[in-house]
Design a protein around this ligand. Structure first.
Ligand SMILES: *Cc1c(COP(=O)(O)O)cnc(C)c1O
Length: 392
């Protein structure tokens, strides 16, 4: 690939599609398939260790191959594997490295349901899970045991946005033959490239920015050659599959991803700067702000930021929080993020972490900056703070 097509904006316009393979039609159509016919016995019996030829709907289709190729190109990986949701991508990647008696290190700030899978399912299968400070960096070397097989990171961390030192962690891990898995949903393949930083596996909840319009859930995992082989094998064994229509939506999302991310970034920064000047705000937990743990690592390893961050307010009673969130006109309240709309969600990391108890005493509100006008969003927050004050 030539240098200019490595720019994500350019790459994403072309990746995973070849219109001349399809009557000149610009978009890869949604292939809906279970049965895929073979033309002859030789083809049926053909050996395809790279899983490039569609053989059965659950194994791969032209839709899944196209989306996987596009995301692998974006992340600079060998190949990708789709999964039925972002969580399924996390669990499939973890199962590819988990064995009875093995030990996994997990950043204390990973997505709650990822943690639940570790605690409830992997633990039941005889895997030891140890949570570590997301800011542990090179000191992770002291946590590695002979039976450690993998480290799961999520950078920045869910809810509190700690940026992790992937190069230092990967270097310690690789010295001992341990794989590094990174949930990079926040970066959406645009703000950071975990494989370039030393990770073996990158995981995305494609549900978020890749789909970008809040209308499908799916996941995708990208690996180095070795990592991909392992995860692909596990995904086949687990029966991971995504239908052609959801893959179509995800691929359509990818075409506009770079443009949307630039806008999400710009608006989130505008909101963050405005929030910093408010008396009711203690800290802006956004990797691009010095308040955020790991901000220096973000400056070194990331090329930008996305639209999701948390703000720590002065401690507010529940009635005041309700007055804030219940009356918003632009911000919706709901789970997920990465779509075109702005979202607001009260959040509390206290019951989720174990290795690094949350020391903050303020009220945490997670915001997703959508594609609306930033000034309209600021006005909405300003009115919200006035309601909050009135109810405190
Ligand atoms: C949302 C999310 C997931 C899970 O994605 P789903 O498609 O909802 O299963 C995983 N990791 C992170 C960081 C997420 O934000």
């Amino acid at each position: 690939m030539s240098e200019d097509t490595k720019n994500p904006a350019t790459l994403l316009v072309h990746a995973g599609r070849n219109p001349l393979d399809n009557y000149g039609v610009v978009n890869v159509p949604p292939y809906r398939a279970s049965t895929i016919l073979f033309s002859c016995l030789d083809e049926l019996e053909g050996h395809d260790p790279e899983h490039r030829a569609p053989r059965y709907g659950r194994r791969s289709t032209p839709s899944s191959l196209a989306f996987e190729d596009a995301v692998a190109a974006l992340e600079g990986g060998h190949r990708a594997v789709v999964a039925s949701s972002g969580l399924a991508a996390v669990t499939t990647a973890l199962l590819a490295y988990a064995e009875a008696g093995s030990h996994l290190l997990v950043a204390d700030t990973v997505y709650g349901p990822s943690r639940d899978f570790c605690d409830k399912v992997l633990a039941r299968l005889g895997v030891t899970i140890e949570y570590v400070d997301p800011l542990i960096g090179a000191d992770i070397a002291h946590k590695l045991r002979p039976e450690t097989t993998a480290i799961l990171l999520e950078s920045p961390g869910s809810l509190t946005f700690e940026v992790q030192d992937i190069p230092a962690i990967a270097s310690a891990a690789h010295n001992k033959g341990v794989a590094v898995l990174v949930d990079s949903t926040w970066s959406a393949g645009i703000c950071s490239k975990p494989l370039d930083l030393g990770a073996d596996i990158v995981i995305h909840a494609a549900t978020k920015y890749f789909v970008g319009h809040a209308d499908a859930t799916l996941g995708v995992i990208v690996g180095t050659r070795e990592g991909w082989q392992r995860v692909k094998t596990t995904a086949l064994q687990l029966g991971q599959n995504v239908g052609g229509d959801d893959l179509y939506l995800a691929m359509r999302g990818l075409r506009t991803l770079a443009a949307r991310m630039a806008r999400h970034q710009e608006t989130a920064l505008a909101l963050g700067h405005w929030l910093k000047g408010r008396a009711e705000v203690r800290r802006v937990l956004h990797p691009a702000f010095p308040d955020c743990p790991g901000h220096e690592t973000w400056k070194r390893d990331f090329t930008g930021s996305s639209g999701l961050f948390t703000v720590e307010l002065t401690k507010q009673p529940r009635a005041a929080v309700a007055a804030l969130v219940d009356g918003m006109e632009q911000f919706g309240m709901g789970f997920s993020w990465g779509g075109f709309e702005s979202l607001i969600l009260p959040t509390d990391p206290r019951n989720i972490r174990t290795a690094t108890p949350w020391a903050g005493t303020g009220t945490l509100i997670r915001l997703h900056a959508g594609l609306e006008d930033a000034d309209d969003l600021i006005r909405d927050l300003e009115k919200g703070f006035a309601r909050m004050k009135g109810a405190a």
